[in-house]
Design a protein around this ligand. Structure first.
Ligand code: ADP
Ligand code: MG
Length: 244
């Protein structure tokens, strides 16, 4: 994929493949093009050249909501939960795209709508337990410590039952303890739920522990791609990080 902004090529013919059921890290110095890459994958930004495919499905040019419906969920770098809503309501919002009965049926309290609502609440509870937030479902999201709010965002994305998750710096701003916990949850998302993950992350400890494959960008170009251990020792990667 190639993306240009006025006078600047943010991504220059970058191409990589995420294998199903893996954590694929996307790393590189600031300004390398990582967030732009997520913007292309999630449909926020249209590439000037190239394409994005998800299995047999062509994603290039589809609007963000269609891409989300196809199972691509994205979590942004900054917190985006409505702070006054309870954790449970935030997660129920994540179920929204899966709701079949309309608001009319729900408003008329039809039995199908009630059943569906019960199912959604059960699933929300399971997912909250998966990330360790089941005791906080009734609390306003904004009242949780930062690390738990980030986990609530992850839980909300999981409530969409995605097939692939785009995580932009999930442990940034976290304490060492929150980092460990989040890394364990992300590994669980891959290993227990079988969801693929594309991970943008500056914490090399987390990348090396979690990633099955690593793609390194620098100034919009792919400079290395492969197993974490190989990429870490690649001279081009070392140079990019030392800023030579
Ligand atoms: P990263 O996430 O790796 O730090 P970005 O993808 O945010 O990098 O940015 C890559 C390059 O593209 C940077 O030089 C940045 O300034 C530029 N850029 C990103 N978004 C825009 C935009 N909307 N308009 C103009 N330039 C942009
Ligand atoms: Mg970025």
């Amino acid at each position: 994929m190639t993306v240009r902004f006025a006078g600047l090529t943010a991504l220059d013919g970058v191409s990589f493949t995420v294998r199903p059921g893996t954590v694929h890290a996307l790393i590189g110095p600031n300004g390398a093009g990582k967030s732009t890459c997520f913007n292309v994958l999630s449909g926020v930004c249209r590439p000037a050249a190239g394409s994005v495919r998800f299995g047999d499905q062509e994603l290039t040019g589809l609007p963000p909501h269609r891409i989300a419906e196809l199972g691509v969920a994205r979590i942004f770098q900054n917190l985006a939960l409505p702070p006054h809503a309870t954790v449970e309501d935030c997660l129920l919002l994540g179920r929204h795209r899966l709701t079949r009965t309309g608001f009319l049926a729900a408003g008329l309290r039809l039995p199908t709508a009630a059943r569906e609502e019960r199912r959604h609440r059960e699933r929300v509870r399971e997912i909250a337990a998966f990330v360790g937030l089941e005791r906080h479902l009734d609390r306003p999201a904004g009242s949780l410590p930062y690390g738990q709010q980030k986990l609530a965002e992850l839980a909300r994305a999981l409530c969409m039952e995605p097939r692939i998750l785009l995580l932009d710096e999930p442990v940034a701003g976290m304490t060492a303890d929150e980092r460990r916990r989040t890394a364990a949850v992300v590994a669980g998302v891959r290993d227990s739920l079988g969801i693929s993950i594309v991970l943008v992350e500056h914490d090399m400890g987390v990348v090396m522990r979690l990633a099955d494959a690593v793609t390194v960008l620098d100034f919009g170009r792919l400079i290395a791609d492969g197993a974490p251990g190989d990429v870490q020792n690649d001279p081009a990667v070392v140079r990019a990080y030392l800023g030579e």
